[in-house]
Design a protein around this ligand. Structure first.
Ligand code: HEM
Length: 250
């Protein structure tokens, strides 16, 4: 992967005639500018550019693809929610491409996406290392302790979500995340928490809303009998055998 990224960087450099100002204002262009920064202290290496690209590709693509897979599964099973989401989409966009104003008003879909992220958080834990001994409630965490903060367990804790914790109930989020979690941010931490919270959170939500809207505008879908439910943890929690649905053109 490193070599293909370096190839793309070289291509961009050639197209820009080596002029830093022509590298572009997209993410790659900004990284390439940082690689040519006049101030040596601010300059990043080509390997760091490649690592950032890999990081963004992985952090952005796999996670959002997984979110879409699980949401499509849930909507294929819960066709009543699929229909509610479709009515909302058709009301806001008709057969037009989703626009940014309408995307911000997709309340039903927002609830569905949150519930999908709660049941199947693509990232199932946050990992941290204790930098210096710290007291946390009744615990003293020694220096260098590795912490695994189990998102999946929090999302499936009946004490936080009630006895119906394992059911798909988007209505939990009808009055927003704060209400659904009783103002406990750790109860729903799909995108992490605090200063290292996912930088792509809004991007991912918007991307998912656009993809789902375009699907709902064109098709109804039901679950194929070929589907085998087998969530598996391979960096993300994925459907091991894919999600097979039967599409019916509208
Ligand atoms: C459903 C989609 C996504 C999920 C569930 C997700 C989840 C997460 C989580 C849990 C973290 C925090 C990791 C930690 O604290 O240890 C994180 C960080 C990050 N995410 Fe996402 N993410 C998603 C989409 C995206 C997208 C679309 C992008 C980029 C466009 C992105 C870029 C990043 C980056 C760069 C970080 C590291 C931020 C930092 O350390 O300051 N993510 N993501």
């Amino acid at each position: 992967m490193r070599d293909s990224i370096i190839g793309i960087i070289k291509q961009r450099e050639r197209a820009a005639n080596g002029e830093v100002d022509n590298f572009g204002t997209d993410f790659l262009g900004l990284l390439m500018k940082a690689n040519h920064d006049a101030d040596e202290d601010n300059r990043i290496t080509v390997d760091e550019v490649a690592d950032e690209c890999k990081n963004f590709y992985f952090a952005a693509h796999e996670t959002t693809a997984t979110l879409l897979s699980w949401t499509i599964l849930l909507l294929a099973i819960h066709t009543d929610w699929q229909e509610k989401a479709r009515q909302e989409v058709l009301k806001l966009f008709g057969q037009q491409h989703p626009n940014s104003e309408g995307i911000g008003r997709l309340k039903m879909m927002n609830m569905i996406i949150n519930e999908s992220l709660r049941l199947y958080p693509p990232v199932i834990a946050l990992l941290r290392k204790v930098k210096c001994a710290v007291k946390l409630g009744n615990f003293i965490l020694p220096f260098n302790t590795n912490l695994n903060i189990p998102t999946l367990a929090f999302h499936h804790d009946p004490q936080l979500w009630g006895e119906d914790v394992n059911l798909f109930k988007p209505e939990r989020f009808s009055e927003g995340v704060a209400k659904a979690t009783n103002n406990n941010p750790a109860a729903f931490q799909t995108f992490g928490l605090g200063p290292r919270i996912c930088v792509g959170m809004n991007f991912a939500n918007n991307e998912a809303k656009i993809a789902l809207s375009m699907l709902l505008q064109r098709y109804t879908f039901t679950l194929s009998p070929a589907y085998i439910h087998s969530p598996v943890h391979m960096l993300m929690v994925r459907p091991q055998h894919g999600v097979q649905v039967i599409l019916h053109a509208l």
